[in-house]
Design a protein around this ligand. Structure first.
Ligand code: FAS
Ligand code: PHB
Length: 393
């Protein structure tokens, strides 16, 4: 089967779907190739926090209605350490808020919008390959249901995540990569349990980091710091709950509600940036170009910021044949990416126990936490990074 489009997109995650949606609104055609099924991508539990800019973009582009109706608007969150809880008042410090709305819900809304607009998303493709990306007529080949697919296009957007093929299409010698792997992972659970608190709780505890979040008035989302190579088999439900109670219930009367687990998994933690976000007419966006530890709730929001920028650049090209924004895409995107990388590293370093850390390191962490909860300027710095810096103008 032969296709011809303006922008071929690899990956139907938040980045690829939003890019296709934003281009469509400018009359620019695209085709998405996705190696998983629609059901799989719509059920994949990942991020949970939308920055102010992400909320605004989804609303402005006409896909934010359910997010506004079902998402939980939060004006602050808690830092819990030393047996006490301290609220960071995001709204008071920045005038902005965040919204808790599962990434899979964003994906569902975007797929619905694309299909209602007759957008083309080829699910369950295999053997995706990118060809002639340095030419003016790059192509993507793949298989679908045993049929060979060939897509001719002007540009390819690599939105296929950290393990995708797009970044690997760029010759290794040209890839300018930066990485830091952390000596711990997150064990995450989704529980059929009414949230025990209105807002998120980030806990620094001698036994390790814990995070209390939620997805709806009936579903709680929780995370535990575990060793980097931890196996799920070592964590029966009872042990998970016991550790969560220990690490989170350290301040007064507050008790964590329990309930049946819906989903559980272990996510490794790394910081990664491939600064080579363009190679010819291939552009990388989202996790294909960068990864952050989820402590700062930046992953999906960074992907959104990338494709907002890339959509503007592609729109300029197709409407005016000018490529100034395409030429500056990498430099502009990297400014926000490195800001989010630093903030995510800083939040992770402040809140996690590092294997082999000493009392000196722990005193530094407590001092940093004490400063953030007692100094308005320190709290403001955290808050403005957490709600997200303004989207690229
Ligand atoms: P995605 O990885 O979401 O999407 C890429 C898409 O490309 C996928 O659908 C994949 O199936 C597809 N694909 C891959 N290879 C392909 C190929 N060869 N051909 C065709 N399609 C291909 N962020 C947070 O902010 N908070 C969190 O709590 C959080 N938890 C996470 C948990 C896990 C297990 C993971 C992996 C990530 C988590 N993240 C979290 C980060 C996550 O939300 C990402 O930032 C977000 O998914 C980025 O979106 P995309 O760039 O679209 O990449
Ligand atoms: C989530 O709800 O999944 C979540 C919230 C905040 C984070 C990471 C994940 O920092």
């Amino acid at each position: 089967m032969q296709y011809h489009t303006q922008v071929a997109i690899v990956g139907a995650g938040p980045a690829g779907l939003l890019l296709s949606h934003l281009l469509h609104r400018q009359g620019i055609e695209s085709i998405i190739v996705e190696n998983r099924s629609r059901e799989y991508v719509e059920q994949r539990v990942r991020a949970g926090v939308l920055e102010q800019g992400t909320m605004d973009l989804l609303i402005e582009s006409g896909v934010g209605e359910r997010m506004q109706r079902e998402g939980l608007l939060h004006h602050g969150f808690e830092l819990r350490f030393g047996g006490r809880s301290h609220r960071i008042d995001l709204a008071e410090l920045t005038g902005h808020a965040i919204r808790v709305y599962g990434q899979q819900e964003v994906v569902k809304d975007l797929i619905k919008a694309r299909l209602e607009a007759s957008g083309q998303i080829l699910f369950e493709v295999q053997d995706v390959k990118l060809h002639d990306v340095e030419s003016a007529a790059p192509t993507i080949t793949c298989q679908q249901n045993g049929e060979a697919i060939n897509i001719r296009c002007n540009f390819i957007a690599g939105c296929d995540g950290f393990h995708g093929v797009s970044r690997q299409t760029i010759p290794a010698v040209l890839q300018k990569n930066f990485e830091r792997v952390y000596p711990f992972a997150w064990l995450g659970i989704l529980a059929q349990a009414a949230p025990s608190a209105e807002e998120l709780v980030y806990a620094y505890h001698e036994r390790g980091f814990a995070l209390y979040s939620m997805r709806s008035p009936q579903v709680t989302r929780l995370y535990l710091q575990v060793p980097p190579d931890e196996k799920m088999d070592n964590w029966p439900d009872e042990k998970i709950w016991q550790e969560l109670h220990t690490r989170l219930e350290c301040a007064g009367e507050w008790k964590l509600n329990q309930g049946p687990l819906i989903e559980k998994g272990i996510t490794p933690m790394r910081s990664f940036v491939c600064e080579t976000m363009r190679h010819g007419n291939l552009f990388l966006a989202g996790d294909a170009a960068h990864i952050v530890p989820p402590t700062g709730a930046k992953g999906m929001n960074l992907a959104v910021a990338d494709v907002n920028l890339l959509a503007q650049a592609l729109t300029q090209y197709f409407k005016t044949k000018q490529s100034t924004l395409l030429d500056s895409y990498t430099e502009t995107a990297l400014k926000r990416i490195w800001r989010a990388e630093h903030f995510s590293w800083w939040m992770t370093s402040m809140l996690h126990r590092f294997p082999g850390d000493d009392l000196f390191q722990q005193r530094l962490q407590i001092s940093q936490l004490d400063y953030v909860v007692s100094s308005r300027s320190a709290a403001t710095s955290l808050a403005e990074n957490y709600v997200g810096l303004p989207m690229h103008a």
